[in-house]
Design a protein around this ligand. Sequence first.
Ligand code: PMV
Length: 344
Amino acid sequence: MNKGTVAWESPSNIALIKYWGKKGRQYPCNPSVSMTLKNAVSRTCLSFTERNQEWLTFEFEGKNVGAFENRIQNFLEELKDELSFINDYTFHIKSENTFPHSTGIASSASAMSSLAMCLCSMQEQVTGKKYEKDEFLKKASYIARLGSGSASRSIYGSYATWGKSNAFSKASSDYATPFSKYVHPIFKDYQDFILIVSSEKKKVSSTVGHSLMKHHPFAEARYDQAHDNFERMLGILRSGDLNGFIEVLENEALSLHGLMMNSNPSFTLLKPNTLLAIELIRDYRETTKTPIGFTLDAGPNIHLMFPKNELSVVNKFVDEELKHLLENGRYLKDETGLGPKQIM
Ligand code: PMV
């Protein structure tokens, strides 16, 4: 086939155990595990025709964004060993997000995973060979990883691990591994409210962030900690231990930011209101015994995580006690999602 169109929708994910530090061709220095989101998704549509001179156009939300196009171009050029057909085609790619820009939601995870799914569908069309479903997902996760490490995990719904570990024999550093079938029912419809403290553009890209770990004085200690936390977290996801979940979740979030603060150069991504909100969340948990906990990505916004049966009390708590700390009082409601969906 020498022309066609494919499209996929793929979600973002929130890391419970963080990937921070990489080596070689986008391999993680420690294992990670994340929850796949439901509402925060990217939709990517890829049309291909026989190659001509201008072989790539990329539109993000109707506009040509040079920086994104360069990243996609490099990504596609680097895939010539994995997807050799790429050199024979011209690509017209359009992508959009359902969530607002710069809200601390990892858009590279949803964008790169949706593009990886499109490329694997395209491969099936141009070669006429269909993959078994598991093989398709594994390949897509491998390709997504090369675009953005965290994107490898978005290929699977519910929960997914990425990075080799003795604690989970199926885990690999090449691609993510689904973890959903081991998860306790309390985590199956877990909630994540993304509290927007600031939508300012990040001061440090994740590429720079990962590279800061190269000469970080605490790097080895961090990788040991991440291995321990990963093993604990998998046990917690299986058993449904909410207190343990919160303890490890928050330890990971603050460790990530600790590493940024004491690296050279140093970055402080937390805002005063992030810290005020964290204190209020911890006080509320202490006094009401509601099992809410927070995590953070590489930014100032808070992911407030809790079981679905606490939805109405947490809604009230956020509206009454946290909203005034948020930019324009804004927060996004999300929850555990099912993973990518083919839309064309
Ligand atoms: O996938 P990247 O290179 O954008 O890095 C993601 C880093 C964190 O979001 C901070 C952690 C993670 O595991 O998702």
